[in-house]
Design a protein around this ligand. Structure first.
Ligand code: PEP
Ligand code: MG
Length: 326
């Protein structure tokens, strides 16, 4: 079986009825270029840039960041895009050289885009580094933890300032760079139809979306029984976002843990989602599953999933389906 999986590396993922599915990688930095070369994803759906900041003794400079984004992007090549998520620190992710105020509920506190919008210089430095790298590769920008339209507009204003500064300095960048957001806070999922025209793509962060939807800490052992990605509310909200993205011709991808799990991928295929981002090593197994799925035959499964009232029923439906096709 391992040999079979190995043979799939580098081949495009296609369903049994020939629907092309895109399988991207989640990475944390340059160190994972090796993994990329080994598992050959279609692109990078999520570069978690916070690791670059966490592994450093001070804020990485614009030049340092530029070199890193450029290197990863050049390794991928022009035909594979690199999605750079802007800084997502706070909660469990801390920096040695930058104190975030202690809060009762750090997961609900000052973090991610909220920090970027409060400390605009940090944000603009990162955006300029990403923009400069976009002159050398196929790069997209993604904002984490967006909760409202205002935040998208505020972030885009700073992006425009960064572009203007580069333009004035005659430094090249991709002027049509695509800008998307993470869908990982319920408010923005609920308002997806309001904001869909303000962005180029959605990427669903199922880890945080589940945490905030169920009010269950993703890291807590005490409520691990409450935290489940296969809760009916999680599937329903993701399906509604998918419908809006598809109707408006916007790309939607899944980049949380579910996007690398057989059950999750199957559920989302039935919702019409064709792009997933995961740990590189999970790609062959997901590809194998996809090969055994008849995309056009998933309608019934979708209806079953969306009418399942319990997590248990959802998982049973997904498992039974997988057993039936594999
Ligand atoms: C998520 O929340 O699902 C996600 C992909 O982001 P992170 O795990 O880095 O919070
Ligand atoms: Mg997240």
């Amino acid at each position: 079986k391992n040999e079979l999986l190995k043979k799939l590396i580098g081949k495009p993922a296609k369903t049994k009825d020939n629907k092309r599915i895109f399988l991207n990688a989640n990475i944390g930095g340059v160190a994972e270029i090796e993994e990329i070369n080994k598992y050959k994803p279609d692109g990078v759906g999520l570069l978690r840039t916070e690791f670059l900041y966490m592994d450093s003794n001070d804020f990485p400079t614009e030049d340092e960041q530029f070199e890193i984004y450029k290197k990863i992007s050049e390794e991928l090549g022009k035909d594979k895009y690199l999605t750079v998520r802007t800084l997502d620190i706070g909660a469990d992710k801390k920096l040695k050289y930058f104190t975030i105020p202690e809060e009762e509920n750090p997961a609900l506190g000052l973090r991610a885009i909220r920090i970027s919008l409060k400390y605009k210089d940090i944000f603009k430095t990162q955006l300029k580094a990403i923009l400069r790298a976009s002159n050398y590769g196929n790069i997209k920008i993604m904002y984490p933890m967006i909760a409202s339209l205002d935040e998208i507009l505020a972030a885009n204003t700073i992006l425009e300032e960064a572009k203007l500064e580069l333009r004035n300095a005659k430094i090249g960048f991709d002027d049509n760079i695509k800008v998307g957001i993470m869908i990982e806070i319920p408010s923005i999922a609920i308002l997806a139809d309001f904001i869909v025209n303000e962005v180029d793509f959605f990427s669903v962060g199922t880890n945080d979306l589940t945490q905030y939807l169920l009010a269950a800490d993703r890291l807590s052992h005490e409520v691990a029984n409450v935290y489940t990605n296969y809760h009916p509310a999680v599937l329903r909200i993701i399906n509604s976002v998918a419908e809006i993205a598809i109707k408006n011709g916007k790309k939607i991808s899944i980049c949380g843990e579910m996007g690398g799990e057989s059950m999750g991928v199957l559920a989302f295929l039935s919702f019409g989602i064709t792009e997933f981002s995961m740990l590189p090593s999970l790609i062959p197994k997901v590809k194998m599953l996809i090969q055994n799925i008849d995309e056009k035959a998933l309608k019934g499964l979708k209806e079953k999933l969306l009418s399942s009232m319990t997590t248990e029923e959802i998982k049973r439906n997904l498992n039974d389906y997988i057993l039936g096709v594999m």
